[in-house]
Design a protein around this ligand. Structure first.
Ligand code: NAP
Length: 272
C-alpha cells in the first residue's frame, strides 16, 4: 500500500500527540505541527514524523507551514484540525481577550488551515479534512458557553463544507469526543471567574463538581486517536464520529429525549 501523509495541528500534547504516534505506528508520514517545537518530546524520535511550527492564530505562519509540509511530503492526504483552547466559566464574567482567543483558536484556526489546504487538495483531486469538535459542539452545557459557541460553529462550518467539497472528492469529518484524559484542564483551559453573585458562584461550583466527576471516567486519548484513524481511512461519506463511551451515551440521550426532558435531566444531574 502507498504511504499516506497526515498533517495535524496542536500535536504537542494530549489527543494530538497520541494521534501522531497512532498514525506513525501504522506507517503514515506525519507532519506534527505545534506552537513550540521544543514541546515535541518523544515525537522527535519517531520515524516518519517531522515537526513543524504552526500557531493557528497566525495566518502567515499557517500559510507558510502548510506550503512547506505539502512540498516536503509531496502532498497531504489528511489534515486534522485538533488545536484547541477552552475559556470555561460563567459567560458574564468573560473578558474580551478570552472571547477572542476562544474563537481565534477553535474556529478561525480551523478556517485558516482549511482555506489554505483546499486549493491544493482540489488540484490534486482528493483529500480528507478532519475537525476535532466535541459533544459540546452538539449540546449546550452550563459554564461552557464560549467553548460551546466555538464548537457549534465548527460543526456548522464542517457540515456545510460536506456539500461544497463533495464534487471534488474531498471528504470532511467531525470527531466528537466526550471527556478525555488529557492535560486540557491544566494547559489549555482558562478559568472565567464568576461575577460576585451567590447564585452564579453556586451554579459554577456545582457544574465544576459534576464535570470533575465525569472526568474521572474520561476516555484515554488513544480512543480518540483510533476514532480519528477510522475517520481518516473510512471509505464512506460519514460526517460525524463520536469518540468514547460518554460521548455515545450523551449523544444518544440528546437525540432520543425531547429537548425539554434532556435539559431537565442535565439540571437534575448537576443539581441546578
Ligand atoms: N480533553 C477533552 O476532554 C476534550 C473533549 C472534547 C474535545 N476536545 C478537543 O480535543 C482537542 C485537543 O485537546 P486535548 O484534550 O488533547 O488537550 P491538550 O492536550 O491541552 O491539547 C490542546 C493542544 O492545542 C494546542 N494549541 C492551543 N492553542 C494553539 C494555537 N494557537 N496554535 C496551535 N496549537 C494550539 C496546544 O498547544 P500548546 O502545547 O502550545 O499549548 C495543545 O497541544 C481540542 O480541540 C479540544 O477542544 C477535548
Amino acid at each position: 500500500m502507498k504511504t499516506k501523509n497526515l498533517l495535524i495541528t496542536g500535536a504537542s500534547s494530549g489527543i494530538g500527540h497520541e494521534t501522531v504516534r497512532f498514525f506513525a505506528a501504522r506507517g503514515w508520514k506525519v507532519a506534527a505541527t505545534m506552537r513550540n517545537p521544543k514541546r515535541a518530546g518523544d515525537l522527535n524520535n519517531i520515524p516518519g514524523v517531522a515537526i513543524y511550527t504552526m500557531d493557528v492564530t497566525q495566518p502567515h505562519n499557517v500559510e507558510q507551514t502548510l506550503e512547506k509540509a505539502w512540498q516536503d511530503m509531496g502532498g497531504i492526504d489528511v489534515v486534522v484540525n485538533n488545536a484547541g483552547y477552552g475559556a470555561l466559566g460563567i459567560f458574564e464574567g468573560a473578558g474580551d481577550e478570552q472571547i477572542i482567543r476562544q474563537m481565534d483558536t477553535n474556529l478561525l484556526g480551523i478556517l485558516r488551515v482549511t482555506r489554505n489546504i483546499l486549493p491544493l487538495m482540489r488540484q490534486r483531486g482528493k483529500g480528507t479534512i478532519i475537525n476535532v469538535s466535541s459533544i459540546a459542539g452538539r449540546m449546550g452545557l452550563p459554564i461552557y458557553s464560549l467553548y460551546n459557541a466555538s464548537k457549534f460553529a465548527v460543526e456548522g462550518f464542517t457540515e456545510s463544507l460536506f456539500y461544497e467539497l463533495h464534487p471534488f472528492n474531498i471528504k470532511v469529518r467531525l470527531i466528537e469526543p466526550g471527556p478525555v484524559k488529557t492535560d486540557f484542564n491544566n494547559r489549555s483551559k482558562d478559568e472565567i471567574l464568576p461575577p460576585d453573585d451567590d447564585k452564579y458562584i453556586a451554579l459554577s461550583q456545582k457544574a465544576t463538581h459534576f464535570y470533575n466527576h465525569s472526568f474521572k471516567h474520561a476516555a484515554k486519548p488513544e480512543v480518540v486517536a483510533r476514532t480519528i484513524y477510522r475517520a481518516a481511512t473510512s471509505k464512506t461519506n460519514r460526517l460525524r464520529f463520536p469518540a468514547g463511551f460518554q460521548s455515545w451515551l450523551f449523544l444518544l440521550a440528546y437525540q432520543l429525549l425531547p429537548g425539554s426532558w434532556f435539559r431537565w435531566l442535565t439540571r437534575f444531574l448537576i443539581n441546578i
